[in-house]
Ligand binder design. Structure first.
Ligand SMILES: [Zn+2]
Length: 114
């Protein structure tokens, strides 16, 4: 009974692992992903982290896979899902920008009389 406990998922498909970056605590591996529009993305991952099967293409938002010959098909039902995730991710960045703009505005409004 119950003997299907294989560890899977952290296989780095291609690429030489010999490019050791000296001085870095965590060596990183670069993995190529291709989306259905043939955009190549090459994010890097910590070598001890599991590389995800899919990656969102930063150019068009489609899911990208590691197999150049067979990129994942674009999802048709939820086109805004990745966009939403993107917006969520950018939120803090946007807040920072808003604060900066507000400060600039205040600077402009309070012109020194001298
Ligand atoms: Zn793309």
């Amino acid at each position: 009974m119950g003997s299907g406990n294989a560890i899977r998922g952290s296989r780095v498909g291609a690429g030489p692992m010999g490019e050791a970056e000296r001085g870095e605590a965590a060596p990183r591996v670069r993995v190529s992903f291709w989306c259905a529009n043939m955009h190549e993305t090459r994010p890097s991952f910590a070598s001890d982290a599991a590389v995800p099967e899919l990656w969102d293409c930063p150019r068009c938002g489609l899911p990208a896979g590691q197999d150049e010959q067979a990129p994942p098909a674009p999802p048709k039902n939820e086109p805004y899902k990745t966009h939403l995730a993107y917006v969520k991710e950018r939120r803090s960045d946007k807040d920072g920008k808003a604060i900066l703009e507000e400060a600039l505005e205040r600077l402009r409004n309070t012109k020194s009389p001298w």
